[in-house]
Design a protein around this ligand. Structure first.
Ligand code: AMP
Length: 264
């Protein structure tokens, strides 16, 4: 593994196909599955590790976000990652005056509850795409709306790369792996699988089950921000019975905000 702290140090061999996995670190099996996929899709695997300040709003967990850097490098090395791009905030941002805003799809759901979040995401991902210039970029469907927003950005701005969106990796009980699960207390951890359980219940119940699911989560102690069934490409209500649909949820457990989704 080669660690590049600056754009100049990246020095990628552009005669090879490059598969790229953007991350904020604190690696778990979800990140590792993306790295394994990247190994299949490209000759060189580049992973970025950057806790991007601009996608956190004031009062969110930017400062306390876990940063186990040495452990992350060792895990990436063990998974055959060739280059880790781990820039400082000042390497990435020099008093920028430009942002990318994907109207529509970024303004719903997480865009409502985390204003500015997706502008931070699309701007940093566009920068990373221009820095790394990958042939393929790999993202997790765990962040479903992020996939939709980045997909629209790539289409609208004609980024010349393939996007590969990968299935969510879960614990035994169904809880989606997330770096933020580290914030959960033991009792919260015991409750957290209810999120996935309620999502799967909607496979049978459909939209009629949304109110009951929200009520049960609230009774367990979740503070539900949204629970809905959407078209995963537009985040709008499914247009026809044939439309692919995902059940999506965001809910707080104590001081931890969890999101999840499943294909119905
Ligand atoms: P993050 O470091 O949280 O920004 O995530 C980096 C990438 O890993 C994103 O594309 C996420 O969607 C993806 N990811 C996060 N959690 C999971 C998971 N449980 N399964 C699969 N991919 C995931």
């Amino acid at each position: 593994l080669r660690v590049a702290r600056t754009i100049d140090a990246l020095q990628l061999d552009r005669s090879k196909t490059i598969a790229f996995v953007p991350t904020m670190g604190a690696f778990h099996e979800g990140h590792l599955s993306l790295m394994r996929r990247a190994k299949q899709l490209g000759e060189i695997v580049v992973v970025s590790l950057f806790v991007n300040p601009t996608q956190f709003k004031a009062g969110e967990d930017f400062e306390r976000y876990p940063r186990p850097e040495a452990k992350d490098f060792a895990m990436a090395e063990a998974h055959g990652v060739d280059v880790m791009f781990a820039p400082s905030p000042s390497e990435m941002y020099n008093h920028p005056q430009t942002t990318i805003h994907v109207a529509g799809v970024s303004e719903l759901y997480d865009g409502v509850f985390r204003p500015g979040h997706f502008d931070g995401v699309t701007t940093v991902v566009a920068k990373l795409f221009n820095i790394v210039r990958p042939n393929v970029a790999i993202f997790g469907l765990k962040d479903l709306q992020q996939c939709a927003v980045i997909g629209k950005m790539v289409e609208d701005l004609n980024f010349s790369l393939i996007l590969s969106m990968e299935e969510t990796i879960r614990e035994e009980g169904g809880l989606a792996l997330s770096s933020r699960n580290a914030y959960l207390s033991l009792s919260e951890r015991a409750l957290a699988p209810a999120l996935h359980r309620e999502l799967t219940g909607l496979r049978v119940a459909g939209p009629a089950g949304l109110e009951g699911a929200k009520k049960r989560l609230t009774e367990l102690g979740f503070r539900v921000e949204y629970l809905d069934i959407v078209d995963p490409f537009t985040m709008h209500p499914p247009e026809s019975p044939a439309t692919v649909r995902h059940a999506i949820v965001a809910a707080w457990l104590g001081k931890t905000r969890l999101i999840d989704n499943i294909k119905l």
